[in-house]
Design a binder for this molecule. Structure first.
Ligand code: ADP
Ligand code: F6P
Length: 321
């Protein structure tokens, strides 16, 4: 193993840079060269490889976003494009690839694995929606950023005794909404994995108001519908005058939290160690809070990500009177 490539792909996530930095530092420690494929799989296909070293990574650990840039490159679904990317890597003397990204990016890594090119995945997405692993890099920062915004919304909500619907990201998964909802003390969490009942939500909110709560909060996962649509439905049933807020891409910004930096560092270093041991076709993640490896093909083709139902139930148990 003389030279490896690393890329970031899909939606950027705080802590991606920390993972790249760990891949670079660990590789240098072992005398391996590292190049960054800029703009995700697009850069791989176009051969946009640039050397990475201590200088290029100096501020990586603490910065959000991705300094390797990212791109949505749907063309990578085509086998000829994947083959061209492998040719590019071989032509540039690249022996293995580390992919930092979400489930879409992992499918890209899976395709390269199935074509025989050694690849290792590091989960980097704010959505926490990858099969197998209980954690993805960026999730912790994103939920904390959202919580900070909701704390601010709560100041004005309580001043006017208002109900707010706050739409959070998460694509098709309800993980962000569940964690944020519990942490913010939401009256209701609405996620794609669970059916919702507008009348029951309105009754919960009314009961909490009678019990003395001076504001109300519904945390809505974007995978259900938009906050504006939900507001219309909810106002029709409850008769309340509510406000809706969509936090949107604010949730993808900010310096990564300690948790995201630490796990990104652990995973980046481990990815290099595994490649040196001759392992590939796997991705890293967390199981019971410990670093774990998952077979890319087995996990992505056979398992589905599961939201933590206990958090949803906990919130119902706390909010419903
Ligand atoms: P994320 O990785 O955050 O889930 P996307 O779903 O946009 O984000 O995927 C990121 C990139 O991964 C895509 O732009 C594409 O280049 C690649 N990708 C996604 N799905 C596939 C697929 N089925 N086969 C090959 N590559 C894919
Ligand atoms: O996957 C991360 C994510 O932020 C999702 O939560 C969201 O649905 C999507 O990306 C937004 O994508 P874009 O940045 O392309 O609008």
């Amino acid at each position: 193993m003389k030279r490896i490539a690393v890329l970031t792909s899909g939606g950027d996530a705080p802590g991606m840079n920390a993972a790249v930095r760990a891949v670079v530092e660990r590789s240098l420690h072992h005398g391996i060269e590292v190049v960054g494929a800029y703009y995700g799989f697009k850069g791989l296909y176009e051969g946009d490889f640039r050397p990475l070293d201590v200088a290029t990574c100096s501020h990586a650990l603490r910065r959000g976003g991705t300094f390797l840039y990212s791109a949505r490159f749907p063309e990578f679904k085509e086998p000829e494009i994947q083959e061209k990317a492998i040719e590019q890597m071989k032509a540039h003397g690249i022996d293995a690839l580390v992919v930092v990204g979400g489930d879409g990016s992992f499918t890209g890594a899976l395709k390269l694995t199935q074509k025989g090119f050694p690849a290792i995945g590091i989960p980097g997405t704010i959505d926490n929606d990858i099969a197998g692993t209980e954690y993805t890099i960026g999730f912790d920062t994103a939920v904390n950023v959202a919580l900070d915004a909701i704390d601010k919304i709560t100041d004005t909500a309580s001043s006017h005794n208002r109900t707010f619907i706050v739409e959070v990201m998460g694509r098709h998964a309800g993980d962000m909404a569940s964690w944020i909802g519990v942490a913010a003390g939401a009256d209701a969490i609405v996620i794609p994995e669970e059916a919702y009942d507008l009348k029951a939500i309105a009754e919960t909110i009314a009961a909490n108001r009678r019990a003395g709560k001076d504001h109300s909060l519904i945390v809505l996962a974007e995978g259900v519908m938009t906050a504006a649509q939900f507001r219309k439905e909810y106002e029709a049933v409850s008769g309340d005058d509510v406000r809706d807020v969509t936090l949107s891409h604010i949730q993808r910004g900010g310096n990564p939290t300690v948790r995201d930096r630490v796990f990104a560092s652990l995973m980046g270093a481990k990815a290099v160690d595994l490649l040196l041991e001759g392992q590939a076709g796997i991705f890293l993640g967390l199981k019971n809070e410990q670093l774990a490896t998952f077979d890319i093909v087995e996990t992505l083709t056979k398992e589905k990500h599961q939201v933590r139902r206990d958090l949803y139930e906990l919130n119902q148990g706390l909010s419903a009177k």
